[in-house]
Design a binder for this molecule. Structure first.
Ligand code: CP
Length: 338
């Protein structure tokens, strides 16, 4: 039986957490393990100061609620400190390049998390940093969301169904959250479907990643506009239809493409034929556009657990990429055995 206190990888195989495609399934499961053991320990009143005197620099080129708060709270809960370097607050952008910023932050901080407009920026940041860099979302992917989401899926697995038989449907646009959900579910050998208009399907490059995961771990990946594929879904996930990175296209254009067919509403949930289907959303939501109030606030929604699991995941990532995950697990085991 798997030992909950022992990691397969005591230290990360990559310095940075930029893309889950850089890690194999066993390493992602290590991240899930440290995240969930620490969560359960802290929720039962335990304390940890494994990151005492460590500093996290948080760079934001865009707004954030969940990513910012979860990293800041997570760092504080682990005994460390987080600096919120919001747009306009530092020289980045106006007077200093991201590479030079990386060099300086590496001399002062122990870990960097950044949300960037362009994926190239996070790659440059990682290349020029000597400390670990965590991708807090780019126009390509959202890997910290991925870890929180797979934890949420594990928390809400259907009874009597192995996790590699789970069916996850993303309804809507091929946002970076859609791509990320595809990458993490296929890495776990699950069955992933994007249900959306053909013009908004995941690119062939993304689908290649999913198919390579299928070869390695099982499962499947499909893109479709056929609602018959909703049948048997265990999870329905959606994200906003507009305003994320494409600031040019008017809202009306997106609404015409997606509404009403791809709105997650009670009728869509009924099409799954699964009375226990779960609904997920990365948030923030445009209520009554991509999802109705009745679904977001209804009995199928695990959205608020999903939001909380951003904190679960960030603590795990901070420990894992600081090289302190096994130390934290050893400490928790020792305290629990007392
Ligand atoms: N889901 C997500 O990343 O939320 P924020 O934009 O609020 O961080």
């Amino acid at each position: 039986m798997d030992n909950p206190y022992v990691l397969t990888h005591k230290t990360p195989t990559h310095k940075d957490y930029i893309d889950t495609s850089d890690f194999d399934q066993s390493e992602i499961l290590d991240m899930v393990k440290v995240s969930t053991v620490v969560r359960d320990y802290i929720k039962s009143g335990g304390t940890l100061d494994t990151l005492y005197h460590k500093n996290l620099a948080m760079l934001f080129e865009q707004k954030s609620t969940r990513t910012r708060v979860s990293f800041e709270v997570g760092m504080e809960q682990l005994g460390g400190h987080a600096l919120n370097l919001a747009p306009g607050a530092i020289q980045l952008g106006a007077h200093e390049t991201i590479g030079d910023t990386a060099e300086v932050l590496s001399r002062m901080c122990d870990i960097i998390m950044a949300r960037v407009d362009r994926h190239e920026s996070i790659l440059e940041l990682a290349a020029r940093s000597t400390v670990p860099v965590i991708n807090g979302m780019s126009d390509y992917n959202h890997p910290t969301q991925e870890l929180g989401d797979i934890i949420t899926i594990f928390d809400h697995l259907p009874k009597d169904k192995p996790w590699n038989q789970v069916k996850v449907v993303f309804a809507g646009d091929c946002t970076q959250v859609c791509a990320s959900l595809m990458m993490i579910t296929t890495k776990m050998g699950m069955n992933f479907i994007q249900y959306g208009p053909p013009a908004k399907w995941l690119s062939d490059d993304f689908l290649k990643i999913g198919r390579a995961n299928n070869q390695m771990y099982g499962g499947s990946v499909h893109v479709t506009d056929n609602p018959a594929y909703l049948e048997g879904a265990d999870f329905i996930y959606t994200d906003v239809w507009y305003g994320l990175y494409d600031k040019e296209t008017p809202k009306e254009v997106y609404m015409r493409e997606f509404y009403p067919k791809y709105q997650v509403n009670d009728e869509m949930l009924a099409l799954t034929g699964n009375p226990n289907v779960k609904f997920m959303h990365c948030l923030p939501a445009n209520r009554n556009e991509e999802v109705t109030d009745s679904v977001l606030d209804g009995p199928h929604s695990v959205t608020w657990d999903e939001a909380e699991n951003r904190l679960t995941a960030q603590r795990g990532l901070l420990l894992y990429f600081s090289g302190k995950a096994q130390e934290a697990l050893d400490l928790i085991k020792a305290k629990e055995e007392k």
